[in-house]
Design a protein around this ligand. Structure first.
Ligand code: SER
Length: 317
């Protein structure tokens, strides 16, 4: 990776991936791009920034040429709950955008990272220790775009030799940019409300267990899978990765260790509950460990300490 383009840079992952990439590869070698030119402007404009609509192929090509891009991170996507509200737009952005990038990357010989998700699994998937290769029949449009995306990326690798790679992210917990429109978002909101209100109303019910990961590990996964020795990769799109799994009551109990007066109740959103129920309880990420040395560093305990520490400072300002 020498000249990197991050599309969707203003989002939850992009706003933390861009600074880390700039630290490792040089500020001027990492171009941040987003349709939104205001969000996280200070972070993203610490180096080159371009306004890009993922559906505007001419603009993408212009930027690929201008910066001699050899690696693209495609972080543009409508998340699961938002997708259910707008299925057509979800397909257009998640798949239309991906196909644009696949074709452009073939032409400009650029590697391409596209995240998949636990959303690529469905109710027929084995729920416990979900294997790398298993049944993938999701019943959300988000999941349909993620499985289709995985297949397209593997197809372009086989057919055109395009260096496509990806990981299946679990819910990602972070403190720079909040996620929007996802089912796992509760695990971010709960920290903000614990600090600001001392109370959180959860939109998922007790027992809704899902895989989760703290952002520093998510950022590392994105970089390490792209740096992996291709000769060792048996899989490409996309690797199961996980760091922890818990249900709302486990997260609540962990936060309560630090904020003893913290309370939580439930007001279940049936749409997001149905989505959570269709996803795995715990992923098996052995292939990522064996093929490129995946190793998360944060568990629930360490993540909670760090989240509360960072957020209490940030929210006091
Ligand atoms: N965090 C995503 C969502 O909840 C899953 O990939 O939609």
């Amino acid at each position: 990776m020498k000249n990197i383009l991050v599309i969707g840079a203003a989002g939850q992952i992009g706003s933390e991936l861009v600074p880390e990439l700039r630290k490792r590869y040089g500020t001027n070698n990492v171009v941040a791009a987003d349709l939104n030119t205001e969000a996280n402007a200070e972070i993203l404009r610490a180096g080159p920034f371009e306004k890009i609509d993922i559906l505007d192929t001419d603009k993408i090509v212009e930027v690929m040429k201008k910066f001699k891009i050899d690696t693209v991170y495609n972080l543009v996507a409508l998340l699961s709950a938002k997708g259910e509200a707008m299925p057509n737009l979800s397909w257009k952005i998640n798949i239309g955008g991906l196909v644009n990038l696949l074709d452009i990357c073939v032409e400009y010989k650029s590697a391409l990272f596209t995240p998949s998700s636990i959303g690529a699994f469905g109710p027929g998937t084995p729920k416990i220790k979900t294997p790398q290769d298993t049944i993938q029949r999701p019943n959300t449009i988000y999941g349909v775009t993620k499985v289709s995306g995985e297949l397209l990326c593997d197809y372009y690798f086989k057919r055109f030799g395009l260096d496509t790679r990806g990981v299946r992210y679990p819910g990602i917990i972070s403190n720079v940019t909040a996620p929007g429109g996802g089912t796992t978002d509760y695990a971010v909101h709960i920290y903000y409300d614990a600090i600001q209100k001392g109370h959180y109303t959860c939109f998922l019910k007790e027992g809704s267990q899902m895989d989760m990961m703290y952002m520093p590990d998510a950022v590392n996964a994105a970089i390490e899978v792209m740096e992996a020795n291709p000769a060792k990769l048996k899989h490409r799109n996309a690797f199961n990765v996980t760091a922890m799994h818990f249900a709302p009551e486990n997260l609540y109990a962990e936060i309560k260790k630090h904020i003893p007066n913290f309370t939580m109740d439930y007001d279940v959103d049936p749409i997001r509950q149905a989505i959570a129920d269709s996803w795995p309880d715990s992923l098996d990420d052995t292939c990522a460990k064996e093929e490129w040395g995946w190793k998360p560093t944060y568990n629930l305990n360490a993540m909670t300490k760090d989240m509360l520490n960072v957020l209490s400072k940030k929210l006091k300002k």
